[in-house]
Design a binder for this molecule. Structure first.
Ligand SMILES: Cc1cc2nc3c(=O)[nH]c(=O)nc-3n(C[C@H](O)[C@H](O)[C@H](O)COP(=O)(O)OP(=O)(O)OC[C@H]3O[C@@H](n4cnc5c(N)ncnc54)[C@H](O)[C@@H]3O)c2cc1C
Length: 362
């Protein structure tokens, strides 16, 4: 009989983990308290920008770079597979990434050269962008890609259904209460979900679920707000300046954001942040003045120190695994982190060193 794995949380990390486990021949169930590929209580995966690249990679450790680098290279193939097998769009685009000054040019160039990332330094930029403050060249990274998260998640959900993954949606699991062998996990409405192995991929809510068995798991929600514009003329590439990005979509819309707010599990949106995002967007792209804003939303990222996720078996509960805490780059990291956790579950040698991602318990 096939080994049965239950995944707790149906965001991008849970769904990509399920895909990797299906490819390994496992029987998989995802338990999701809302609906996969939707946004109800601030789930991060639906809400994200969809850039398959870690903004300023030279700021992160090599452990983070291993995960993001693998993911950045994987998205074209993953999207082709999803689109071919489900006939649903993912809006994968190789739009490239333009980094406007100020930035640490020496660190950026050193990183690109040591990581075989194609780059160019540009004096002239897109005429839609303001050249005020253009004190040094911009950095152009032509290989950076994006997907549209709501579409990507919908295609991924459809793929999982077609591949016989059981989806227990609108089913919430209750926090574990003690360190003991885990054969069944209780739901909020008093049922039990049984499995051979469990994987926690519950994003910002992971610490709430595991507090009693992993008190050192350092994950907290970090809210991000985003606006979607309908510009008259759109950018051709992703643009980043000083902590702020603009992402042109295939249908002509433009996403601008985002914020990093430490406000607990509050997934509401605020007028003050909306105004702040508008003024930053219009300073970079003056033609946005007066253009309609189609939507304003937020998501709760699973915030972690150094942006380092936990990808690990629990040291005492040997059939409990964690794949969580991907903070700002969960979309980018998901392919590598899904592969790693599925290798750990299968008892195979992991394709990269897993030590940096281990769960500390004392
Ligand atoms: C504004 C914004 C922009 C971003 N932009 C990018 C980007 O451009 N590129 C990038 O790589 N990353 C980006 N990110 C980060 C990325 O979205 C996250 O790192 C990623 O989505 C985390 O995925 P996840 O599956 O761990 O979490 P989530 O998507 O939050 O999924 C966790 C799931 O677990 C479920 N759950 C929680 N508790 C329970 C329970 N008790 N029982 C059952 N289910 C439960 C939740 O309902 C949720 O669906 C962005 C995030 C935000 C907010």
């Amino acid at each position: 009989m096939k080994e049965h794995i239950v995944i707790v949380g149906g965001g991008i990390v849970g769904c990509m983990t399920a895909m990797a486990l299906v490819d390994q021949g496992k029987r998989v169930t995802i338990v999701e308290r809302n609906q996969i590929a939707s946004q109800t209580s601030g789930e991060s995966s639906w809400a994200g920008g969809g850039i398959a690249f870690p903004l300023l990679p030279w700021m992160y450790s090599e452990a983070v770079n291993h995960l993001t680098g693998y993911g950045a290279k994987s998205y074209r193939q993953i999207c082709e597979r999803l689109e071919r097998e489900t006939s649903l769009p993912t809006d994968f685009i190789n739009s490239g990434f333009l980094l406007l000054p100020p930035y640490d040019q020496t660190a950026a160039i050193n990183w690109c050269e040591s990581h075989h990332q194609k780059y160019e330094l540009l004096d002239d930029i897109d005429p839609l962008l303001s050249s005020i403050g253009q004190t040094q060249e911009s950095l152009w990274l032509p290989e950076v890609c994006q997907v549209r998260p709501p579409y990507f998640m919908r295609a991924l959900r459809q793929w999982l259904v077609q591949n016989e993954v059981t989806l227990l949606e609108r089913t919430e699991l209750v926090p574990l209460s003690e360190v003991k062998p885990l054969t069944a996990w209780k739901t909020l409405d008093g049922r039990e979900v049984k499995a051979d192995k469990f994987v926690v991929t519950s994003g910002a809510w992971s610490f709430q679920l595991l507090k009693a068995v992993a008190e050192k798991l350092n994950i907290k929600p970090m809210r991000g707000q985003i606006l979607l514009y309908q510009p008259a003329q759109n950018l051709k590439q992703i643009v980043y300046k000083d902590g702020f990005y603009m992402i042109p979509r295939a249908d002509g819309q433009l996403l601008v954001g985002s914020t990093l707010e430490d406000v607990g599990f509050d997934a509401s949106v605020t007028e003050s942040v909306k105004n702040e995002l508008i003024s930053r967007a219009e300073a970079i792209m003056p033609a946005l003045k007066g253009r309609p804003i189609v939507k304003h939303w937020s998501g709760l990222r699973p915030g972690t120190p150094e942006n380092l996720p936990t990808i690990s078996v629990h040291p005492c509960i040997r059939n409990l695994y964690l794949n969580t805490g991907h903070f700002r780059y969960g979309l980018t990291m998901a392919p590598a982190s899904a592969r790693l956790i599925s290798e750990l579950i299968a008892g195979k040698a992991p394709f990269i060193d897993v030590k940096p991602f281990a769960l500390a318990i004392d």
